[in-house]
Design a protein around this ligand. Structure first.
Ligand SMILES: Nc1ncnc2c1ncn2[C@@H]1O[C@H](COP(=O)(O)OP(=O)(O)OP(=O)(O)O)[C@@H](O)[C@H]1O
Ligand SMILES: [Mg+2]
Length: 248
């Protein structure tokens, strides 16, 4: 099972939107995908139409519960979140070994899935650390703005730090989001990122589009809301590249 985490310490950059749609794309490609919502905001959970789930990530992390993940689409399963997940932050401060619980859970289900996709919150707390200790390939979604470069550098520093404890962890991909190719500023920032990370680690960009806001309001993925749109095509290309990237 490959273990992806969508992470950026900056908020509102498209982590959740990308976690949901990359997971949906991989599921459509026939892979068994476990999406893990690690955000107390529970946006990935809500985006897929799941409200008031009984079994959530909190039970996994606190009690080591092995309740079955919820099947939300063909090939797509979810460990939902809820605002109660914030209880974990308090508990993990008291018992730091709880920080490895998510990793143990993924180890336990590794035979059942081809991919685990973790949606990280924007904060830098124990939940993000739990995710980074459990993951292998970090995907950093970011709008190509100069200020977002700072978020990228900080996120990279965090990944480098945690990778001393979890050597399998690496910054595998950068995913440009809210992309507007017409702007000179966009091209300049993309050149900057290419210089630092190399072109081969940059995924196809996701354009700025209100459709990505409309879809979750109807509990739909982009493949359900606008299956023939360039956006659906872009997320499918992203998923295909991630899929190929694992073979090498
Ligand atoms: N490419 C895009 N174009 C336009 N709007 C987008 C795009 N991607 C995401 N959005 C919208 O922007 C908002 C923030 O996106 P999203 O929730 O995915 O970001 P996030 O990084 O997960 O945020 P948070 O840090 O709060 O978890 C949402 O309303 C979403 O629908
Ligand atoms: Mg989010």
């Amino acid at each position: 099972m490959r273990r992806l985490i969508l992470i950026n310490r900056k908020g509102g950059v498209g982590k959740t939107t990308s976690a949901v749609n990359i997971s949906a794309a991989l599921a459509l490609l026939g892979k068994r995908v476990l999406l893990v919502d690690t955000d107390t905001q529970a946006h990935a959970t809500l985006s897929l139409g799941v409200t008031s789930p009984e079994f959530t990530l909190l039970e996994v992390l606190l009690d080591g519960a092995r309740g079955a993940p919820l099947q939300v689409r063909e090939n797509l399963f979810l460990v939902p979140s809820s605002s109660r997940l914030s209880d974990f932050e308090v508990e993990a401060v008291k018992k730091p070994r709880k920080m490895i619980a998510l990793r143990h859970f993924l180890d336990a289900v590794a035979e059942e899935f081809d991919f685990a996709v973790l949606d990280a919150p924007p904060s830098l707390g124990v939940i993000v650390l739990s995710g980074l200790l459990a993951a292998e390939e970090a995907i950093v979604p970011m709008p190509p703005h100069f200020l977002a470069l700072k978020g990228l550098a900080e996120t990279k520093a965090l990944i480098d730090k945690v990778s001393r404890k979890n050597p399998a962890l690496r910054l595998a991909w950068i995913l440009p989001t809210f992309f507007n190719p017409q702007l000179r500023h966009t091209r300049e920032v993309m050149q900057e990122i290419e210089k630092v990370f190399g072109r081969e680690r940059i995924l196809p960009p996701i354009k700025n589009s209100v459709r990505l806001t409309e879809a979750p309001a109807l509990s739909q993925t982009i493949f359900e809301y606008a299956p023939r749109s360039p956006l659906a095509e872009a997320y499918m290309r992203v998923a295909n590249i991630i899929l190929e990237g694992g073979a090498s």
